[in-house]
Design a protein around this ligand. Structure first.
Ligand code: SF4
Length: 258
């Protein structure tokens, strides 16, 4: 049987995460990182590879896995604590009933997701402060980045995606996204091969954000005709030419050379 560290998929994901951490200065010596774990494939993959990075890195930093138990119906409360113990990672479960809140505040037929995510983000910020963490790691991957970019382009009138590493408005916590360049299908295949128990996000019964689903479908459809489309689009986000755009805030009154 192939050893996990020799698995090409392991190597691809490990390399992408390591490079992103270095390129965007995500982790420094002495950090205490709250790793937000929903129990889905992305967050478990992030935790696994951050532990790998911690084991091999020349710097010392701490990891605290935090799950927000949002009191969704049938949430399997033992799965994550069992996994954290097996992986030897420090953890906290924060219980907060956001499920009742989003249910009561969302109009019939609308998705709960945006309010749910905002509430969860606030809970994670509070938890990070309470547990003495200076950074929060979120499990967004490359395909989330592309979908967000398209949503902002088509529906928010803004050319932006998701930052890899930023300081929140209160200026006391950094949010980092170590998986931002990792392809979603790599994560799917890796997690499936490991046979980890995955907790689905939609126990709440909500539809995923419709616009996000549309962007996902659009990318899938285009990718069928142009197999390198996602890679090229993601490359574009790393190769920006503001001179050839029209943001007056960036206009320096000296005519650019083409
Ligand atoms: S699917 Fe449910 S739990 Fe997941 S983000 Fe949306 S509302 Fe929250």
């Amino acid at each position: 049987m192939i050893k996990i560290a020799q698995d090409p998929l392991y190597q691809k994901i490990n390399r992408a995460i390591g490079q992103s951490i270095v390129d965007f200065g995500m982790i420094e010596s002495g950090d205490k990182i709250l790793v937000a774990i929903s129990g889905g494939k992305d967050s478990l993959c992030m935790l696994y590879f951050l532990q790998e990075f911690q084991r091999k890195a020349k710097i010392t930093f701490d990891i605290l896995a935090v799950n927000v138990d949002q009191k969704q119906p049938d949430f399997p409360i033992h799965v994550l604590p069992d996994l954290f113990k097996r992986w030897g990672v420090a953890y906290q479960i924060v219980e907060q009933d956001t499920f009742s809140v989003v249910k009561s505040k969302t109009l019939p037929g609308k998705s709960y997701c945006s309010l749910c995510s905002r509430l969860r983000r606030g809970i994670l910020y509070d938890a990070a402060r309470r547990f003495g963490c200076n950074k929060i790691a979120l499990g967004h991957h490359r395909d989330d980045v592309l979908e967000t970019f398209l949503m902002n382009l088509f529906f928010s009138g803004q050319l932006s995606a998701m930052p890899a590493n930023y300081l929140i408005q209160a200026e006391d916590l950094h949010v980092i996204r170590p998986l931002f360049s990792v392809h979603e299908d790599w994560i799917e295949d890796f997690v499936q091969a490991q046979k980890w128990a995955i907790i689905p996000c939609n126990l709440c019964g909500s539809q995923e954000n419709m616009k996000r689903q549309e962007m996902k479908a659009l990318l899938e459809q285009l990718q069928e005709q142009h197999p390198r489309l996602r890679e090229t689009a993601f490359g574009a986000l790393q190769n920006i030419e503001p001179r050839f755009l029209f943001d007056k805030k960036l206009w320096k009154h000296d005519v650019p050379k083409a």
